[in-house]
Design a protein around this ligand. Structure first.
Ligand code: DHB
Ligand code: FE
Length: 289
């Protein structure tokens, strides 16, 4: 049985990727943020996941307004790095785990989550920045990566509650996989930020931390937060935080917070990092209708 060993919540600010790629992490603007990362990198080294399921949103790189699935699951063995207008980020190729992906597809769809299955998908900063944050410079990523894309760009995005339940279905799916993989689930995006319009620059660190507290200790309460509250309190792009609920839903009730860091500013964003260690609840049987 494959096992879920923990979760990572991680903002995916594109400027962090650029600072990292251009070797600017020691500059005064960036150093205070990058100085917060070594404990996270030591933790993931120790946890040593074989597979990272990365729940992220695409920013008009693979999908655009012509077609935007609510939930998409990558089933490929390889995903190219997207060119977001400045060339591809110089990061290693993202290698998938198509056997696990197809198992997830079967389990999630029979569990009544209508995933769009994607064979070809360039992955953008939503997925690559959290990898750089957690793993730093690498010749190769030390794990296989299964991308799960959530629409938080075109209204209406899925509710936080739906995302939480998707996470629970991911847990059932992983636990019914015959392999012995150690799986880490990432939820990316957020925290509060708004990058356009009259409220551009909005940041609400108090609300963000209250959200993280609830996410850890009372995730059902976090899952009940309506869209309007995210928009009002965390800004139009703060809705990305629903993806952290997918991560939390995939963990058990026996979770400890291994590390939390946050920093303002990086770009226009309250940049958050949350590491959760899963001490393993009872295995949940897969639902196969
Ligand atoms: C920015 C873009 C993002 O996708 C995000 O999650 C945070 C910040 C930006 O353009 O600054
Ligand atoms: Fe984003």
């Amino acid at each position: 049985m494959a096992e879920i060993i923990g979760g990572v919540g991680c903002s995916h600010v594109p400027a962090v990727g650029a600072a990292f790629d251009k070797g600017r992490t020691e500059e005064p603007y960036w150093k205070p943020y990058f100085d917060k990362l070594p404990p996270a990198r030591e933790w993931i080294e120790r946890m040593a996941p074989d597979v990272c399921i990365i729940v992220y949103n695409d920013h008009a790189s693979a999908f655009d307004l012509r077609m935007i699935p609510t939930f998409a699951l990558g089933v490929a063995d390889e995903y190219p790095i997207a060119d977001e207008g400045f060339g591809q980020r110089p990061v290693p190729t993202v290698y998938g785990h198509s056997d696990l992906s197809w198992h997830l597809a079967e389990s999630l769809i029979l569990d009544e989550f209508d995933m769009t299955l994607v064979n070809e998908m360039p992955v953008d900063h939503g997925l690559t920045v959290p990898l750089s944050v957690m793993y730093g410079h690498r010749e190769q990523w030390p794990c296989r990566i299964v991308p799960i894309m959530v629409n938080v760009v075109q209204y209406p995005p899925p509710t936080g509650h739906r995302c939480w339940r998707l996470g629970q279905a991911i847990r059932r799916a992983v636990q019914s996989y015959s392999g012995s993989e150690r799986v880490m689930v990432f939820g990316t995006g957020g925290l509060s930020h708004q990058i356009h319009g009259e409220r551009a620059g909005l940041i609400n660190t108090a609300w963000d931390h209250a959200f993280l507290d609830r996410l850890v200790a009372d995730p059902e309460a976090a899952a009940a937060i309506p869209h309007l509250e995210y928009l009002r309190e965390a800004g139009a792009e703060g809705i990305e935080m629903v993806m952290w609920l997918v991560m939390r839903g995939a963990l058990s009730g026996q979770v400890t917070e291994a590390y939390r860091a946050s920093h303002v500013p990086t770009s226009n964003t309250h940049n958050g990092l949350l590491l959760l260690e899963d001490h393993g609840g009872p295995a949940v049987p897969a639902v196969h209708r």
